[in-house]
Design a protein. Sequence first.
Length: 344
Amino acid sequence: MRDGGRSTESEQVGARAIREWITGQREEYSRVFLVESGAPTEGIREVAGRDDVVLLPETSGRYEGPARAVRYRGALDEIGDELFLGETSVEVQDYVAAVFVQIVGPTAVCLLDAAGWYAFLTDAEIARDTGVFPSALIDPRVLLADRAALMNPRERLTPSAIRVRSDGRVSVGMRGEVIGTFEELPTVLAAPLPGVAAWGDMATREELAADLETRESIGRYLFATDLMKMLRLSAVKISGFGWSPVDDRLADAAPLTTDPFLLETADGFLLADTGTPRRRLLSPITATVVAVVQTSSTLEVAAARVARQLSVSPSDARGLCREAAATLNIHCGTRRRPHTTTAT
């Protein structure tokens, strides 16, 4: 779409696009280009297609390419920067400092350096052990920068969140690696990169990826923060985060990253999925079966545990496990690996 059209529509496109650019998650758009003030723009139309969005400064020249173009004011680079899309704005904040500042509007929280990286990993471990989450990550106004890369650090994909800098360099994500220059755009955009490229020179790619892989399911942790945002939860227990309805010491697996979450609320046990608005109240017996299946590596292991927990026959236990898996869309978990802690 060329420049022009209704501002409200442009702002809506821009808001969705900047969200995808900050998080690195591809949803509605194939790629999002953030072009800084003073950056060259004439070659953007050669590489940005109809499924892309180009965020352009209000002061830059006219854009005639096939991608949707949205104008912005401000910047989104250094801590404290603020970018405006019409009346909508988003501010940049440091992860470590975010817990100490008052969040007043949409905020992009970044892992700036080794201190921020280690703080994030430590917070994830504390949440897993105690059920206490960092306040910034459960605030609905906060977006964690380059979140997609945290979930798949080694997965190699062509860049989708591209920054064209004022000096002509091209980088990925909020503060990621420089991958080339403006003149090299067609080449660098076609080259797959691992997710860890989104964190620039904070440490080597191997160190960053290894730090994530030695911890159990950072992705599950991030989905749990999504759940708390969605449900505006406060007095709640989430299975796997400082609490479980079953403590038989026989669990040999961790829940799949995208599996529904089992919660204990004031209204009873609840099964919730961050991918859909579906919520289901469960009986205590069903909650026990769900917790066991999600923390067992196979249905056979789950059935043996359920039989012990509920004092039922092995055949009845198998039936309960199969029924829960079929009707509630839950799955056996991923076999646990030895947990070690490394610090960048």
